[in-house]
Design a protein around this ligand. Sequence first.
Ligand SMILES: NC(=O)c1ccc[n+]([C@@H]2O[C@H](COP(=O)([O-])OP(=O)(O)OC[C@H]3O[C@@H](n4cnc5c(N)ncnc54)[C@H](O)[C@@H]3O)[C@@H](O)[C@H]2O)c1
Length: 296
Amino acid sequence: MKNIVVIGAGTMGNGIAHTFAQTGFKVDLVDVSQQALDKGLATITKNLDRIVAKGNLTETQKQETLTKISTFTNLADCAANADLIVEAATENLDLKLKIFRQMDELAPENCILATNTSSISITKIASVTNRPEKVIGMHFMNPVPIMKLVEIIKGYSTSPQTFSAIFDLSKTLGKVPVEVNDYPGFVANRILMPMINEAIETLYNGVAGVEEIDTVMKLGMAHPMGPLQLADFIGLDVCLAILNVMYEGFKNPKYAPNPLLVNMVTAGKLGAKSGEGFYDYAENKKAEKVSKMFLK
Ligand SMILES: NC(=O)c1ccc[n+]([C@@H]2O[C@H](COP(=O)([O-])OP(=O)(O)OC[C@H]3O[C@@H](n4cnc5c(N)ncnc54)[C@H](O)[C@@H]3O)[C@@H](O)[C@H]2O)c1
């Protein structure tokens, strides 16, 4: 594999593009928004600067990495030579189905189509293509250049050849791939999201405030970050979307998103990316507590 196309230049897409480019692949980064592409490239440059400052990359290697990345607002302009397309657009079923129909139409026959979805069925996504055996989940973790894990999710029809190609490719990227079957939430989010939802429920019930809940989990369970802050970094809209997929997928009320999470997303409080979630990120007021307003 030489030519990689990454769809979506947001939180995950720019990290995935960065990781492929730094490993030596040519990357075409596609987003419908030119602003998202500019922001994505700025983030990649900033993150590469950090790696250079730590002495883990030379300035020349940084420049080489950046020259490997090209940006596009239209998939049709770069799909023809792709060996692999990794879709990392917004977590929305209809959008992903639309993008996969386009990918299938525009990409060469032998191109593997991967999705970074956090929870949507790989089997369902594959079903709208004419190559379900070449569709697979490649679930990177945030921040992609740092986090080692990649969940490799096999859809019902994913072929063993596709699976081993993506499993080995993940190792080439310096990651640790883990084989997972295609059920709602896969493994990572099936376990993580109920914990985050329960932390929100605990806040909603007035048991404790934001910092108190996060402190209990950090100091009591040795988690590097509390669940509410983690939710802010993942994006509260992403958390809500994942819980809804599991709720509908299992038809089990234990995955029902807490009403406070629903309200916050409706009010545009999406976490770090919007400047406010459980904590306030505006004007460098990082991690300021806004919990009391939620206490009954
Ligand atoms: N945020 C996380 O921590 C995390 C972790 C693992 C996986 N994921 C998954 O990764 C995917 C992306 O999440 P994110 O957090 O990067 O979202 P994001 O909102 O930061 O970025 C999504 C990007 O997709 C772009 N987009 C929307 N429609 C598009 C289209 N038709 N073509 C091209 N680009 C389009 C948007 O303009 C935006 O820039 C989702 O499926 C999400 O579930 C997220």
